[in-house]
Design a protein. Structure first.
Length: 232
């Protein structure tokens, strides 16, 4: 049995909010991933001291060009928060429609916080500074929120019989969990041996987020295709 498809009215409202503003918010987080990854890729190419298989991405916020990564983190985080608000508007009456967007919003806030509080340089002689501790706190909290949101959205898609998207979310969540456990098990916090895996998960974050926002936009606010109309 297929869910009936409703063609949205472009002047309609989403639970009291104009549809146009809700679409704009969703498109914020859809844009966040490609924009963030594009700037990140340019920095990786332009800064020879950074090695993707060995270096933590946060270290790009250090040095004379560090402001680029700082701005990139803050901007992407704010776009993600906007997208989370849009997802909440759309999924208010859906299972997981509160926890999923909330966790996504927490990740966005933490991503911006990671940009504001810059990581300490490796081997900092003064030890861990206040902003270094805050960077780690925001990073850990944001990553755990994003990981949890994967399972919430996985459950939501499963309850709506969208098994492909449910599997995508759950597998992503387990990959994030494996990365978290791998980093936690490394002695003395030296993640050099697994940094490539962690950096690939870092990229996956910014693929998953726009994918989910795009799916919500496609499912609920965009006119159906001719093929979808025939199936309904």
């Amino acid at each position: 049995m297929h869910n009936s498809i409703v063609i949205p009215n472009q002047n309609a409202e989403v639970l009291g909010h104009p549809m146009s503003s809700t679409k704009a918010l969703l498109r914020c987080s859809i844009a966040a991933g490609p924009v963030f990854l594009l700037i990140f890729a340019m920095e990786v190419i332009g800064r020879p001291e950074f090695h993707f298989s060995q270096t933590e991405p946060s270290l790009l916020s250090l040095g004379p060009w560090g402001w680029i990564q700082i701005a990139n983190c803050v901007f992407a985080g704010l776009l993600t928060v906007g997208g989370a608000v849009g997802v909440r508007r759309v999924l208010r009456s859906v299972k997981g429609g509160f926890a999923g967007p909330l966790l996504l919003g927490v990740f966005g806030v933490c991503q911006a916080g990671e940009g504001v509080f810059v990581v300490d340089p490796v081997g900092c002689p003064a030890g861990m500074t206040f902003h270094g501790k805050m960077h780690i706190l925001f990073g850990m909290t944001g990553f755990m929120a994003l990981m949890a949101s994967c399972f919430v959205f996985g459950y939501m898609f499963f309850s709506r019989r969208q098994k492909g998207w449910s599997i995508f979310c759950v597998l992503t969540g387990f990959l994030f969990l494996s990365g978290f456990l791998s980093a936690a098990s490394v002695q003395s916090g030296d993640t050099t041996r697994i940094q490539l895996f962690l950096n690939l998960l870092f990229v996956l974050e910014w693929i998953w987020i726009p994918s989910i926002s795009g799916r919500v936009l496609r499912n609920h606010l965009m006119p159906p295709t001719a093929q979808e109309m025939r199936r309904s």
